[in-house]
Ligand binder design. Structure first.
Ligand SMILES: [Zn+2]
Length: 201
């Protein structure tokens, strides 16, 4: 049997920290101990920051992004191209694309992918609102930046069909050799996609 080493308040802190992605019970224990040691410099401001964030977090009505304002900072940014929408599965993907700084337009967060296995249908995702936005006259292109998984690609095909009537160009991310990648290490599916989607030099 595992011995409890601290009072219930600290044990609970450890159990909650262990639910964070990337933290197992061992690292949660280490993080909790670090917080306990740095009560004033870290634990107090962290508690306050979490309280503030919890109070202010809202989902953007326009794109489904999570922010502390509605419309979100990305939607409210006037320097963005109103003609381009990038559909992503979740907010993590939006953040990843923003980190890369490669998107000049705005986003649409679908909230997942279609999945027969998990019982996720079109009505469970923000698909209808994407089709609505696609019909806005200023929107010229929709990039389906979905994961290169079976569910991601099924969802992309489904959305492409729904967008046939909208006057927009529908594109998707290229599949192929990662930047800095070596051919010898790639899987067969990636290699053949890279050959099929080759571009002119
Ligand atoms: Zn937004």
């Amino acid at each position: 049997m595992r011995r409890v080493v601290a009072g219930p308040e600290i044990e609970r802190l450890i159990q909650l920290l262990a639910k964070l992605p990337g933290l197992g019970p061992r690292s949660a224990r280490r993080a909790a101990l670090h917080l306990v040691r740095k009560r004033e410099e870290l634990m107090e401001p962290l508690t306050a920051a979490m309280g503030d964030a919890l109070e202010k977090i809202v989902v953007c009505d326009a794109c489904g992004n999570i922010d502390t304002r509605n419309p979100c900072l990305v939607c409210a940014d006037p320097s963005r191209d109103p003609g381009l929408l990038v559909a992503v599965e979740n907010v993590a993907d939006l953040w990843a694309l923003e980190r890369a700084g490669a998107v000049t337009g705005r986003y649409h967060v679908l909230g997942g992918t279609l999945s027969a296995l998990d019982g996720i249908g079109p009505d469970d995702l923000n698909i209808a609102s994407l089709v609505g936005r696609a019909h806005q006259p200023e929107v010229k292109e929709i990039i389906l930046a979905l994961n290169a998984t079976v569910d991601g690609q099924t969802t992309a095909h489904y959305i492409t069909d729904l967008l046939r009537d909208a006057n927009v160009k529908v594109t998707r991310l290229a599949h192929g050799v990662p930047v800095g990648g070596e051919l010898d290490y790639l899987d067969d599916g990636t290699l053949s996609a890279a050959i099929r989607q080759r571009t002119t030099f």
